[in-house]
Design a binder for this molecule. Structure first.
Ligand code: BES
Ligand code: ZN
Length: 465
C-alpha cells in the first residue's frame, strides 16, 4: 500500500522544515499526495510560494499599459529591479534600442470625380506624406509586373496577395510611384503592417476590397487624379530594457556550469493593462526568484523579464544575440511564463517551437505528475520569448493557458480576471521543475542542443501577405 511512504514523506518534511514551525505541513491535501511520489524537495518550494505576492505584484504592474519605450514600461522596469533587490539580488538592467512607430493622426484619400465614399486606413510603418498624382493600376505590385513600367509621380493601386505589403510598397516606389493604395482581396477592413521601417517607402494607405475594385474600375481606361495624405506618422529610435537577476550556485566547488533561465515579458500592448499578458508571468518570475533565493543549488538560475516582446520579441532576441557563445552554450533550459493566470482561459500547456519535448517539458511533466498526478501537455507554438532561445538550440518552452481568454490584448485584461488557483498551480509546477534540476543531488540526462533555423513566422504573426 501507498500509506507508509506518505507518512515517511510527511515526517521527513516536518523534520526538514522544523525551522518553519507550524508551516511544516504538507501543502497538498492528503488525497493528492496519496497517489503521487510527491517529493520532499518539492515541498521545499511549494511551501514557500506565496500566491498573494504574485497577485499583488500583478495588481501593481497592471494599473496601466506598459508599452515598450514608454514611461510606464520604465516604471515597471524600476519596480521589477527594486523587487529583485529587495529579495537580495543584484539586478541588472540591460538597455537596447528599437525602431518605434507612431501611427498617423490623419489618413485621407480623395479621387477626382469619384463620388463613392472612401475610408482609407493606414499600414503600420507607413511614412507620412501629401502627394497628388494619376492613379496607375499596378496589379499585385510584383517586381516582374512593374518591370519597365514608369510610375513616376503616380499613385499605384495594388491588390493584396502573393507578396507582403512592404514588398509591394518598395516595388512601386522603385518604379517611381509617389504613393501607394493597397486594397483587400477578402471582405473586411485591411489593417496591415509593412513589417518594419524603411527609408525607401512612400506613403501607403489601405482600402477594402469593394472600395478598391470600384476605384480600379473607375480608373481603368481614363486618367484619374488622386490626392493621398498621411499625416503625423513618425519613426524614431526608442529604448527598452531587460531586467536580469542571477542566482549563482551555492557552492562554487560543487557547481555545474549550467544555467537555467526563468523569464517573462513585462511590456504590454497599447491600451491593454496586461494583467495576464504578461504581468502574470512577470510577477511569477519575481516570486520564483524570491522562493529560490536561499535554497541550495548547484546550477545558476537567471530570472529575466524582457522588454518589447509585444513588438516582435525584441528584448529576448537582443539578450540571446548579445550573449557570448560560451555563455549561450551554458544555458540548458528556458522556462517562459507568458499568460499564466487568467480565470477565463483553458488549461496549462507548454509550447515548444518544434512541437517536440525537451528538457523543459520533461522537467515540468515530471513535476506536474508528482504534484497533480497529470503531466502538463505540450504542443507546437511560438509567439513569445522562448522563440529566440529555442532557435539558438536551447531547450525552451512557453507556459500558457489555452484556449486564451477573450480579454487577450484588450483593455479588459485586468486584475479581476486573474485566478489565484491558476497562478498557484503554474508557480508550483515551474518552481519545482526548476528546483528539481538545480538542486544539488539531481540526477538526469544532459540536454541535447540542436540549432534551429530562424523562422520569421514565429516572430511576426502580423506579417500577413
Ligand atoms: N502572450 C502572447 C503570445 C500568445 C498569445 C501565445 C496567445 C499563444 C497564444 C504574446 O505576448 C503576443 O501577443 N505575441 C504576439 C507575437 C509577437 C511576436 C509580437 C502575437 O501573438 O501576436
Ligand atoms: Zn505575452
Amino acid at each position: 500500500m501507498m500509506k507508509k511512504p506518505i507518512v515517511k514523506i510527511a515526517l521527513a518534511a516536518s523534520l526538514t522544515f522544523s525551522a518553519f514551525g507550524t508551516q511544516a505541513v504538507l501543502a497538498k491535501p492528503a488525497e493528492t499526495v496519496k497517489n503521487q511520489p510527491y517529493k520532499v524537495f518539492d515541498q521545499k518550494i511549494v511551501n514557500q510560494i506565496n500566491v498573494d505576492n504574485i497577485y499583488n505584484n500583478i495588481d501593481y504592474l497592471a494599473k496601466v499599459p506598459r508599452v515598450a519605450g514608454t514611461e510606464a514600461e520604465h516604471d515597471a522596469v524600476q519596480f521589477i529591479k527594486n523587487t529583485f533587490k529587495s529579495y537580495g539580488y543584484d539586478a541588472e538592467v540591460q538597455e537596447f534600442t528599437f525602431t518605434g512607430y507612431t501611427p498617423p493622426s490623419t489618413t485621407a484619400l480623395s479621387v477626382e470625380g469619384f463620388t463613392e465614399n472612401l475610408n482609407p486606413s493606414s499600414f503600420t510603418y507607413t511614412v507620412s506624406g501629401d502627394v497628388t498624382g494619376e492613379i496607375a493600376l499596378a496589379g499585385l505590385g510584383k517586381k516582374e509586373e512593374l518591370a519597365g513600367v514608369d510610375l513616376t509621380g503616380k499613385i499605384a493601386l495594388i491588390k493584396r496577395g502573393e507578396i507582403s505589403f512592404g514588398e509591394k510598397v518598395l516595388n512601386a516606389a522603385a518604379a517611381g510611384a509617389a504613393g501607394v493604395i493597397i486594397y483587400n482581396n477578402a471582405d473586411g477592413a485591411l489593417n496591415g503592417t509593412l513589417g518594419g521601417a524603411n527609408d525607401k517607402y512612400v506613403p501607403a494607405v489601405a482600402l477594402t476590397k469593394a472600395e478598391g475594385e470600384a476605384l480600379a474600375a473607375y480608373a481603368q481606361g481614363q486618367p484619374v487624379n488622386a490626392s493621398l495624405k498621411v499625416e503625423g506618422a513618425k519613426i524614431e529610435e526608442r529604448k527598452s530594457h531587460n531586467v536580469i537577476a542571477t542566482k549563482k550556485p551555492t557552492n562554487k566547488k560543487k557547481a555545474t556550469n549550467d544555467v537555467i533561465v526563468v523569464g517573462s515579458h513585462h511590456d504590454s500592448v497599447e491600451l491593454a493593462p496586461g494583467a495576464n499578458d504578461d504581468a502574470s508571468g512577470t510577477a511569477m518570475t519575481l516570486e520564483l526568484a524570491r522562493v529560490l533565493k536561499d535554497v541550495p543549488t548547484d546550477t545558476e538560475i537567471r530570472f529575466i523579464t524582457f522588454g518589447a516582446e509585444e513588438l516582435g520579441l525584441i528584448g529576448s532576441t537582443y539578450y540571446v544575440d548579445n550573449l557570448p557563445q560560451s555563455d549561450l552554450n551554458r544555458i540548458i533550459a528556458n522556462f517562459n511564463l507568458d499568460m499564466v493566470g487568467s480565470k477565463d482561459a483553458g488549461d496549462l500547456v507548454m509550447n515548444t517551437i518544434d512541437g517536440q519535448p525537451n528538457l523543459v517539458t520533461e522537467l515540468a511533466q515530471a513535476s506536474s505528475q508528482r504534484l497533480n498526478g497529470v503531466p502538463t501537455p505540450y504542443a507546437e507554438g511560438g509567439r513569445s520569448d522562448h522563440v529566440p532561445f529555442g532557435e539558438a538550440g536551447i531547450p525552451a518552452a512557453l507556459f500558457i493557458h489555452e484556449p486564451t481568454e477573450p480579454w487577450y490584448h484588450t483593455p479588459e485584461d485586468t486584475i479581476d480576471k486573474i485566478s489565484k488557483e491558476k497562478l498557484q498551480d503554474v508557480a508550483e509546477i515551474v518552481g519545482t521543475a526548476v528546483y528539481d534540476r538545480a538542486r544539488f543531488d539531481h540526477m538526469g540526462p544532459k540536454p541535447k542542443k540542436v540549432k534551429k533555423a530562424k523562422n520569421k513566422e514565429l516572430y511576426y504573426n502580423e506579417n500577413v501577405k
